[in-house]
Design a protein around this ligand. Structure first.
Ligand code: ATP
Ligand code: MG
Length: 655
């Protein structure tokens, strides 16, 4: 059993107060997909609500039971139902006469573009499905996908789904080592990759990393290689196959077979923010239902007219649910962007929004804080008038970052949706609904209709409004993980044993006076300062609310007198200079004023970068290692491992 704090009666102290409110505009509400009665409908009969959402999909055989929870916590949703996920994302739209509708506007990092319609995507996926079948892949076999952000990545995923072969997508930025451990963990027999990927104008080798990983993976039979950069690659005859010599020549005649609703769709490894990534298993019917519903409700998606852009990597669950499965199930048009936000210039995102008239933008708070650091004058150069809903995911959004996003990107006009969810939940669980919910900067607000979230104390009892505790989900939901791949015991232990009968998220949170939910950081990161349990998020938000600070990460370091001392790492905004001792003092006092003396950091380090996962989450456990001057832990999921050397060098006594 994981070591969660249990010693204290006092759960998280609830310290910051946020008074700003942004009620929905009447015009928006009148046209909104979601209505407040959706909550009532789901409260009355949660399973009937989800059954209604499942009608968004085409089933070749209807289910006989919505949920079988008799073997809890192992769930079966839409029992007896049969469907094909790829058919639902592709063929049915073509059959309904929408084949010419654009599925993706692909924007390469170097400015190359491709426009891909639903008919074209269907054609490509059928070809890839035939090739995989020719390579002996059958339903249930695992396929690893190690690719850049290019259309062939989506094609590969859907080809797997079409033939019932669960995919496991591994970030193209991960090392050969990380790839190998994932191939081993899920026993993949086929790898799909590309020669290389573009990153900041340079061609990086992907095939070379696959070759290295496979030195230790004797069970992998074939490697299917997409040509992206044209760089030189090593070649193992008999094993390696070019995509353009196989898939692109294959027949596009392919009949999608219907699979059981509980057939495995994919295994996705968690970001690894808190430790070794877990292989999360998602299945077909429930997952696709919840992706389709949440994509429609949370983003107010109008499939006919919206241009939707999730600016995240497909190798993260956000990309699976909101670049691939949700938008395609809904027949939406999306942007797929290959590159980084500052290639070739810091206005690239805003240029893309202007060019494609993007109407819905979904990204991570880390990106927003980076844009804050670069300055509001950059987005101000572009027309962002097409935007009508903007969202965030991945970390708590600090109120100051929310306000910056709302004002500078949403022009104080568009609803902002702060969406809380996890790899494990498969789809968004807690979020405002545009047109229904009044926004509060920094709050994820309410569980979506059909989802039952709560904040509980150490004993599992629901806390009163105005108090903090542990975020749990009280009832199963369709897109829930079914297990940790190959490790049912770890599944039960990690999620279902801390509070019997409740799903434990691992996150700390609070209910405000209105009962709305705020995320307060990982339970593992909660600090105990002189007997008070303090949240990292609140102190970070207080720091980010200072005009000179762009980003902040806070950790507790062991202190002989107070138990833990607060150590903060901050990145200053461009205009704030380098940060001398006066700035540090100013920031310490600012926190004391905003929250209270108890939260005043013992030490503040001004740094140029923070250690982050590839999905942009701050890895506090590594900063804690630095603050306590002990060896740095596992850095394999870090986006850039040189960041840790820089930070260590900047510490007093650092080398
Ligand atoms: P690991 O479980 O391997 O440590 P991880 O938890 O970072 O990695 P993900 O599943 O990608 O892996 O991230 C889910 C977590 O991200 C949540 O548990 C929560 O801590 C954080 N998170 C996601 N969205 C939000 C949000 N809107 N507000 C606050 N926190 C969020
Ligand atoms: Mg997690």
């Amino acid at each position: 059993m994981a070591d969660y704090p249990t010693e204290s009666d006092e759960t998280l102290a609830n310290l910051l107060h946020e008074q700003r409110r942004f009620p929905p505009e009447a015009g928006f509400s009148a046209e909104a997909n979601a209505t407040s009665s959706d909550y009532d409908m789901a409260d009355d009969d949660r399973l009937a609500f989800w059954a209604r959402q499942a009608e968004r999909l085409d089933w070749s055989q209807k289910w006989t039971e919505v949920l079988d929870w008799s073997n809890a916590p192992f769930a079966k949703w839409f029992v007896g139902g049969k469907l094909n996920a790829a058919y639902n994302c592709l063929d049915r739209h073509v059959a309904a006469g929408r084949g010419d509708k654009v599925a993706y506007y692909f924007e390469g990092e170097g400015g190359d573009t491709r426009t891909i319609t639903y008919a074209q995507l269907t054609h490509m996926v059928c070809q890839a499905a035939n090739t995989l079948s020719d390579l002996g892949v059958t339903a249930g076999d695992r396929v690893a996908i190690y690719m850049p952000m290019i259309p062939e990545t989506v094609v590969s995923m859907l080809a797997c789904a079409r033939i019932g072969a669960p995919h496991t997508v591994v970030f193209g930025g991960f090392s050969a080592d990380a790839l190998r451990t994932r191939i081993h963990d899920c026993d993949a027999r086929i790898v799909i990759t590309s020669d290389g990927a573009y990153r900041r104008g340079k061609a990086i080798g992907l095939k070379s990393a696959v070759d290295e990983a496979l030195l230790d993976c004797p069970d992998v039979r074939n490697v299917l290689v997409v040509r992206r950069t044209g760089q030189e690659v090593g070649w193992t005859p008999g094993r390696d196959i070019w995509w353009h010599e196989s898939v692109e020549l294959a027949s596009a005649d392919h009949q999608a077979e219907a699979f059981d609703a509980e057939h495995p769709l994919y295994v996705m490894y968690t970001s690894g923010t808190t430790g070794k990534p877990k292989g999360i298993l998602h299945t077909t019917g429930g997952y696709l239902t919840a992706c389709a519903y949440t994509h429609w409700a949370v983003f107010d998606l109008k499939a006919e007219s919206d241009i939707f852009w999730t600016a995240a990597d497909i190798g993260w669950v956000t990309g699976h649910s909101y670049i691939v499965y949700g938008p395609l199930a809904n027949g939406a048009t999306s942007v797929l962007y290959e590159g980084t936000p500052d290639t070739p210039h810091q206005g690239r995102w805003w240029e893309i929004i202007d060019k494609y008239k993007v109407s819905i933008l979904y990204c991570a708070p880390t990106a927003i804080r980076t844009f804050m650091k670069w300055g509001a004058q950059i987005p101000a150069k572009y027309s962002l008038g097409s935007l009508r809903v903007i969202g965030t995911v991945g970390e708590p959004i600090n109120p100051a970052a929310y306000m910056w996003y709302r004002e500078n990107i949403g022009h104080s006009r568009t609803p902002v949706v702060d969406t809380w969810w996890q790899t494990e939940t498969g789809s968004i669980m807690i979020s405002p609904l545009p047109g229904v919910t009044a926004g509060k900067p920094g709050a994820a607000m309410k569980a979506l209709p059909g989802v039952v979230a709560d904040v509980v104390d150490d004993s599992g009892a629901s806390v009163a409004n105005g108090s903090g505790g542990y975020l749990v989900l009280r009832e199963p939901w369709p897109s829930m993980l079914r297990t940790i791949w190959g490790d049912d015991d770890r599944y039960v232990e990690t999620y279902w044993s801390r509070f019997p009968g409740l799903y434990f998220t691992g996150d700390g949170s609070k209910k405000d006076e209105d009962g709305d939910i705020w995320l307060m950081g990982r339970v593992d990161d909660v600090m105990n300062v002189a007997g008070h349990r303090l949240s990292t998020t609140e102190i970070e938000s207080a720091l980010v609310s200072h005009a000179k600070v762009a980003e902040a990460a806070v950790v507790g370091a062991t202190d002989e007198t107070t138990g833990q001392g607060i150590v903060a790492f901050v990145i200053l905004r461009s205009e704030a200079g380098d940060g001398g001792p006066e700035v540090v003092q100013e920031l310490r006092e600012h926190v004391a004023k905003e929250i209270g003396k108890i939260a005043r950091p013992r030490q503040i380090m001004v740094v140029a970068e923070l250690p982050k996962t590839r999905s942009g989450k701050i890895m506090r456990r590594l900063l804690k290692d630095v603050a306590q001057d002990r060896p740095i832990g596992d850095v394999t999921t870090l986006a850039d491992s040189s960041v840790m050397d820089l930070i260590k060098a900047g510490m007093p006594g650092g080398a």
